[in-house]
Design a binder for this molecule. Sequence first.
Ligand code: BDP
Length: 328
Amino acid sequence: MTFTRFAGFGAMTAVALTMSALAAEAKDWRGWNIHVEDYPVSHGMEAFMAEVTEKTDGAIKGKTFHAGVLGSQPDAIEQVRLGIIDFGVFSLGPMGQAVPETNVVSLPFIFKSVPQMYELMDGEAGAAVSAGLEAKGIVALGYYDAGARSFYNGTKPINTPDDVTGMKVRVMNNDLFVGMIEAMGGNATPMAFAEVYQSLKTGVVDGAENNPPSYESTSHFEVAKYYSLSEHLIIPECLCMSKKTFDALTPEQQEIVRAAGKASTDLQRGLWQEREAASMKIVQDGGVEVNTIEDKSAFQAAMAPVYEQYLAANPDMTDLVNLFRNAE
Ligand code: BDP
């Protein structure tokens, strides 16, 4: 007994020594990003890392790897959870498999507007999503703007849910989005972001859906010329840090990281607004036919089964869904 205790104490001391030695060493973080270098998310991540390095006097350095070079989004989410990748910006859209709370913001029309999304994600509702992330090994440092997603395709403007009937539409990997397209009578094809351009071009899919900056930065607009502003999904993105990496920091460093996360979120949100306008101009100058959909009630009504199925399968998410849905 005494021996075991002694051995246990020795092991703990060794662990403590190793940890403090690690904390003293300069850290070299790796950040995952799916987007090209000139994109609001990318600028936000660069600013985050630069501020952390500056404020820690170089004790924490790091590099953001853009354009998905560190692997696919689902793999990267796992690697952040494991601490193999230190941080990343993820759309909460494909995160639902790993973190059930994030699915709530993937419900179509759950937010009434982007300003409402900011307010909710910065408050109690967002804190509940962050708690879900934290339980799965991810510390949410802020929620970036990813605007609203709308449909595009190469054949016709979408004005009603019936226009989606029979169409093959690419969606992000999440059953909720498959249900969303099926609720309009379309055929959903979950597919990685990087494959969408070629699939649109060769007719593997007829259309897809995304926000203006992604529609533009990927050149999807060159192969799918009808952009219909359905704005059916407003999905925030998370500046996510591995909890393993975060927990290994000193309290002072953690404070610096949180403050840098907040500052980069504010920066990204401003850049997003500018880029959205710029992207709309680029696609319109490039010959895209944009149509607005003033009355979205038919789309909202078509989404009723998506909510019903989701709540039937996830009754424990009911309160959280209501927190978002009933907010002013
Ligand atoms: C973009 C998101 C990105 C997603 C992508 C997609 O920023 O995280 O991977 O959409 O559609 O708007 O896959």
